[in-house]
Write a protein that binds this ligand. Structure first.
Ligand code: FAD
Ligand code: NAI
Length: 471
């Protein structure tokens, strides 16, 4: 009998399994994905086909773009530039293999047992595993954690095929497409659209909504939209795909843009219109757990209506982000071990790894207006940061929003260099209830791009040194 059986080994599942075992619970993790040798392939979407490979390609493509377009501004001439895409892909695959293989090591050093196969909950204490060869085994356990993740949404007007691909397909092109269509100007569309644009594709992004990045602060949406366009992403807002047809070498796409029908050919089309929770077939008929639009219903502690069955990560409500899933995994392991754990869902950071990066935490201005919270704004442009100018990354700004009466920081929004790291500094301070004055009174190394956070905090109280203050 196990204390905990975890179904799924993505960042929610494998972290939950390691934590549970560290807390002295006898733990098993079941994973259905297998590698080319038939062994369980741990790490889920994030390590295999998500966060890690996309960031590897974002970095490689950025270096290529810099070498191609930017180094000459620094007086560096490199002659003829060549792209070896297969080597770039190999580097990405090597990083993925290192990390996914590393989970095997983490499991064994933390005494987590693992099983290759598809898990299904039969009753509150039994998980059935169907192995790749069809053999079935039943496992008894005191607690179950569902961490089965999510998969790309497919739309009827653009079904996946040879040239119409999801994010996984877009991480493995063997040739740079001359023309690339992307359906969805969300996080994947912008990150992977940027990768292929930097490598030479002419990229058109087809987005259904009228607004660009509606979940971000309005100033960031506006400025980043201009910047993405400048970088070559032709973003068509208010546009819907009507139909697509696959041809041997290309895809024909008809889409409607503000009442007009447009027909285009793309060598490849990436469809990135969101992800759907992977809950189908995981919960047996005899187990009474509600599923809403694919999401397994849980309380704030990720507990389902069956008290010893828990669910974490993309398969439950909340943002589909690796760090959110991992924190939920840790919370659940601790609660099973009868500790008082919780996740602060008010402070989940968001990052888009474009260049410059976009990142935020807490509320944006629209949300504060909607909640009728009085706030003040401190904004500092990277154009006034010595370090940002020195490293040629002076686009964007830091914006600090704090409570008008108490000065408590309510949100920090960054478009610019190291945005993710700056927002992480903000998040740590917000966890400790910092005010913009607390940040103002903190010493920042010079010259760093983080100084823009310091100045934005000063600006919230009209005390900025390196820009003019409001009269
Ligand atoms: P998953 O990672 O999806 O893992 C679920 C696992 O469960 C899989 O391995 C699956 O095979 C297994 N499984 C499913 N059903 C069963 C079953 N019945 N039995 C056994 N095993 C099963 N997030 C970020 O925070 N930062 C990023 O930079 C980022 N970049 C991304 C880039 C891309 C291209 C994509 C697609 C996603 C990205 N994400 C990013 C999102 C991130 O990958 C997910 O939020 C995260 O992987 C979710 O973790 P999870 O453990 O809930 O699920
Ligand atoms: P998304 O939700 O970020 O964006 C999807 C976009 O597609 C939206 O703008 C939506 O309006 C648009 N859309 C939906 N249906 C459409 C249609 N029929 N035609 C045209 N546009 C349409 O989803 P995405 O980009 O697929 O990413 C999925 C999730 O993966 C993200 O929400 C995020 O949680 C995670 N992710 C996180 C990353 C990060 O943290 N840096 C990177 C990549 C993914």
């Amino acid at each position: 009998m196990f204390d905990v059986v975890v179904i799924g080994s993505g960042p929610a599942g494998y972290v939950a399994a390691i934590k549970a075992s560290q807390l002295g619970l006898k733990t098993l993790c079941i994973e259905e994905s297998v590698d080319n040798k038939g062994n369980a392939n741990f790490g889920g979407t994030c390590l295999n086909v998500g966060c890690i490979p996309s960031k590897a390609l974002l970095d490689s493509s950025h270096r290529y773009y810099e070498a191609n377009k930017k180094l000459s501004e620094h007086g560096i001439e490199i002659g003829e530039l060549k792209l070896d895409l297969s080597l770039m892909m190999k580097r990405k695959d090597d990083i993925v293999n290192k990390l996914t293989g590393g989970i095997n090591g983490l499991f064994s050093s933390n005494k987590v047992e693992s099983y290759s196969g598809r898990g299904k909950i039969i009753d509150a204490n039994t998980v059935e595993v169907v192995k790749a060869d069809g053999a079935v085994e039943k496992i008894e356990t005191k607690n179950i954690i569902i961490a089965t993740g999510s998969k790309p949404i497919e739309i009827p007007s653009a079904p996946f095929g040879k040239n119409i691909v999801d994010s996984t397909g877009a991480l493995g092109f063997t040739k740079v497409p001359e023309t690339l269509g992307v359906v969805g100007a969300g996080i994947i569309g912008l990150e992977l659209g940027s990768v292929w644009s930097r490598l030479g594709s002419k990229v058109t992004v087809i987005e259904a909504l009228d607004d660009f990045l509606p979940m971000a602060d309005k100033d960031i949406s506006k400025e980043s939209f201009k910047e993405f366009k400048k970088q070559g992403l032709d973003i068509k807002l208010s546009s819907t795909v009507i139909k697509c047809s696959e041809h041997k070498e290309y895809v024909s796409v008809s889409y409607e843009c503000q009442g007009e029908e447009i027909n285009k050919k793309f060598e490849k089309l990436i469809v990135a219109v969101g992800r759907y929770p992977n809950s189908s077939g995981v919960i047996g008929e005899k187990v009474n757990i509600s599923i809403n639009k694919g999401f397994i219903e849980v309380n704030e502690f990720c507990q389902t209506s069956v008290p010893n069955i828990w669910a974490v990560g993309d398969v439950v409500r909340g943002p589909m982000l690796a760090h959110k899933g991992s924190e939920e995994g840790i919370m659940v392991a601790e609660r099973i071990a009868e500790k008082q754990a919780q996740v602060n869902y008010d402070l989940v950071p968001s990052v888009i790894y474009s260049h410059p990066e976009i990142a935020w935490v807490g509320h944006n201005e629209d949300e504060l207006k909607l909640k009728k919270i009085d706030y003040k704004v401190g904004k500092f442009p990277f154009a006034a940061s010595g370090r940002a100018l020195a490293v040629d990354q002076s686009v964007g700004f830091v914006k600090v929003l704090s409570d008008k009466k108490t000065d408590t920081i309510l949100g920090v929004h960054v478009f610019g260099p190291a945005a993710a790291e700056i927002v992480q500094q903000a998040l740590i301070s917000m966890e400790f209830g910092a005010s913009s004055e607390d940040i103002s009174l903190t010493m920042f190394s010079h010259p760093t791009v983080s100084e823009a956070f310091h100045e934005a905090a000063l600006a919230a109280n009209n005390q900025a040194i390196h820009i003019g203050n409001k009269k």
